[in-house]
Write a protein that binds this ligand. Sequence first.
Ligand code: FAS
Ligand code: PHB
Length: 391
Amino acid sequence: MRTQVAIVGAGPAGLLLSRLLHVAGIESVVLEQRSRLYVEARIRAGVLEPGTVDLLERAGVAARLHREGLIHRGVTLAVDGVLLPIEFGPLGIGANVTIYGQTEITRDLIDAAVARGAPPLFEALDVAIHAIESDRPFVTYTKDGEPRRIDCDFVAGCDGQHGVSHTVIPSHLRRHFERVYPFGWLGIMADVPPCHDEIVYSSHARGFALASMRSPKRSRYYVQVGLDEKIEDWPDDRFWAEFAMRLGPNTARPIATGPSIEKSIAPLRSSVTEPMRHGRLFLAGDAAHIVPPTGAKGLNLAVSDVRFLSEALTAFYRDGATAGLDSYSAKALARVWKAERFSWWLTSLLHRFPDADPFTRKVQLAELDYIGGSRAAQTVLAENYVGLALD
Ligand code: FAS
Ligand code: PHB
């Protein structure tokens, strides 16, 4: 088989890139190791920056998002139960965020790919990327036990944090930066009305908690847990009690409890692999960078990488221009590192670090108190939260 761009990974990065290339008249093939059922069942992000919504509109897959997505004009911090609303408009931040699950974006993109007769190649195993330093790269894989090969012009590594594409960059040219946090997030999904009309990030002496949602009838909640904790340590009753304690009595009063329909623990880390391009291989999304979900940046960074890469590939095929391809890594990384900083800062501010001394908690409380009284500090937080300009 031959195509113009071979894409490894059918997460939001790979699926959206394939869609945007199609809109520009460029052929691509998406290779995915998992089944369609598995990919569509994964529960992950929920907060979309305006730039993400804009690109999904350009891709022609935003109709359901506009019907079902929730517009949020602010975000709320809670400090030991005391609420600190941060409204974007009064701070001069004209943008809003949209609440719409990553699961739904994945479904919308797969449906669009199937509708155009170009579904991802699911259950494509043993993907290997070859000859990226030549102008004739190719990808091999196994499908239904049969070895297969795709010849292409470019390879997009969109295979996430456990993918293989970043390993194809020669190790002496690859730089890896990482920060692992001494805690994780236990997340639940429950078909109960959200306890608050905005997202609440709660910093509490017992630990961090997050109140989010997917719809007026479906809530998405998280509590910080230790790295040694297991899902079986957290029956629903224990989660609901701990979640209420960490939000504080006022915010917790409207909590409607109910059975969890999903419950999982995710570790937190920050990491970046540089460069995001080598020869004919381009990395996008979690394949190149991971952020702790505190700043709601993971999915949005994947989308901004895809914006830059799709524009660069479109310019190449339209008029042979290579400037976008040559500047892709530096341009994407400039935005990635700003989001890495914001996500690290908000994680460090809101979580209880197991080895922290009392001084550390006092400094956290002082910074939160400062944010509460400073328009400038709230503007900085809001500007980063809604997403920095895509210049
Ligand atoms: P993805 O990981 O989504 O997709 C990569 C795809 O590549 C997967 O389908 C995988 O099966 C496939 N793949 C991997 N190796 C392959 C191989 N060798 N061959 C073929 N296919 C291969 N972000 C937020 O903003 N908010 C959140 O709350 C949030 N929660 C998260 C919870 C978890 C458990 C995880 C892991 C991430 C979370 N994220 C969150 C971040 C997440 O949303 C990512 O940023 C987003 O999925 C990035 O999309 P992709 O880059 O497409 O990577
Ligand atoms: C979510 O709704 O899953 C969510 C919201 C905000 C975050 C992380 C996750 O920062």
